[in-house]
Design a protein around this ligand. Structure first.
Ligand code: SIN
Length: 359
């Protein structure tokens, strides 16, 4: 009798365990649906030999080949690809950004899309990530990924980066954290990250602020979340836009003349991000050109060429008197993106200053 009970219990246990295993196994139906939108870059590049890590051609491998190069993707997500552009990212344009952002918003509004991975060249990856961070209207994960070595190189980093970016885009942990950047096992906020080294795989950093998290094996581990407004919490709507207001960056240095500001004003820019010395200083010689630009309605944001730290309002310049906008801790290329989007709403420097404190 006891033996019978024992056998029945054993059978019951096996049944329960099998049922549990079946429930938690990742069947293709249960896998997250992740769209991979490809824009080009080194991650889609090709070199002459397997030691070619400089002087290769970026942006030649189509998205389907990128996906097929990593068969493991199919075990972690239902992936499908779309080619948005095929460019080296130094050639990124407003047109591609708007096309990409609109497609991201369309896809994320669908119930059958859980997350998006964007493959991108590393040169302007941080700009695209910040742009999307401000205009994507969804809390679902969006992960921008690239690589420093082409797929043809020894120790190419793109395949693992793509694999992990796909895990991240299909994860619950990544939701609601704004647009993320994933390279070299490290997860960064799109707002904070920047490329810091010309040629090494550990190039992406968020100076002073640090990453949001890391990968340990196949698991993303977060330690913090961004506090600045992003995605569904922003006031920017690109759905009807076909272009963005023109904003350029002026770099300040010893013996400057102000001629670049004059030329840009003549060219009809709507905004100038001034990458000033130190805490965003504008040289005396530049002031006449700056004021002439403002008379034409050009909005001036004081940023810093230093790359770290906050540009203090009314610090190195009298922002109240001159109607400047202090650029907070955004680097000049990110300040340019926020200024372009701000100018789609207003050209009032006070309102734009509020946006720089919020985003
Ligand atoms: C690019 O930005 O397209 C080229 C460089 C890279 O992807 O690392």
């Amino acid at each position: 009798m006891n033996r019978k009970i024992y056998i029945s219990l054993a059978i019951l246990c096996v049944l329960v365990l099998s049922l549990q295993a079946a429930c938690f196994a990742r069947t293709p139906d249960k896998l997250p649906n992740v769209k991979i939108l490809a824009t080009g870059g080194t991650i889609a590049g090709s070199g002459a030999t397997n030691t070619t890590t400089v002087g290769y051609t970026a942006a030649v491998t189509p998205v389907d080949a990128l996906i097929n190069n990593v068969p493991e993707l199919k075990k972690i997500a239902n992936v499908s690809g779309e080619q948005i552009s095929q460019i080296a990212s130094e050639n990124m344009t407003n047109e591609v950004w708007l096309k990409l952002a609109k497609q991201v918003n369309t896809l994320l509004s669908q119930d059958d899309v859980d997350g998006i991975v964007i493959t991108h060249g590393t040169d302007t990856l941080e700009e695209t990530a910040y742009f999307l961070n401000l205009v994507v209207k969804s809390e679902k994960p969006v992960v921008v990924v690239g690589s420093m070595r082409p797929p043809t190189a020894m120790s190419a980093d793109g395949m693992l980066n793509l694999y992990r970016a796909t895990i991240l885009a299909g994860s619950r942990e990544a939701a609601g954290k704004g647009v993320l950047v994933m390279l070299n096992d490290t997860i960064h906020a799109g707002r904070d990250v920047t490329k810091t080294i010309t040629d090494r795989v550990d190039t992406f950093r968020a100076p002073e602020i640090g990453p949001l998290g890391f990968f340990t094996g196949d698991k993303p581990v977060f330690y913090r979340a961004p506090l600045r407004k992003h995605t569904v919490f922003t006031e920017f709507d690109i759905s009807q836009l076909t272009d963005l207001p023109r904003v350029d960056i002026v770099y300040h240095y010893a013996n400057n003349t102000g001629d670049v500001i004059k030329a840009l004003t003549q060219a009809g820019v709507k905004g100038i991000v001034h990458a000033g010395t130190g805490n965003g200083s504008i040289g005396k010689v530049e002031y006449p050109a700056v004021e002439a630009a403002q008379e034409k309605g050009v909005v001036i944001v004081r940023s810093a060429r230093v790359g770290n730290g906050i540009v203090a309002r009314n610090g190195e310049a009298n922002d109240d008197k001159y109607n400047f906008v202090a650029g907070d801790n955004l680097n000049p290329q990110k300040a340019r993106i926020l200024l372009m989007l701000a100018l789609t709403k207003t050209s009032n420097p006070e309102d734009i200053q509020r946006m720089f404190w919020e985003y």
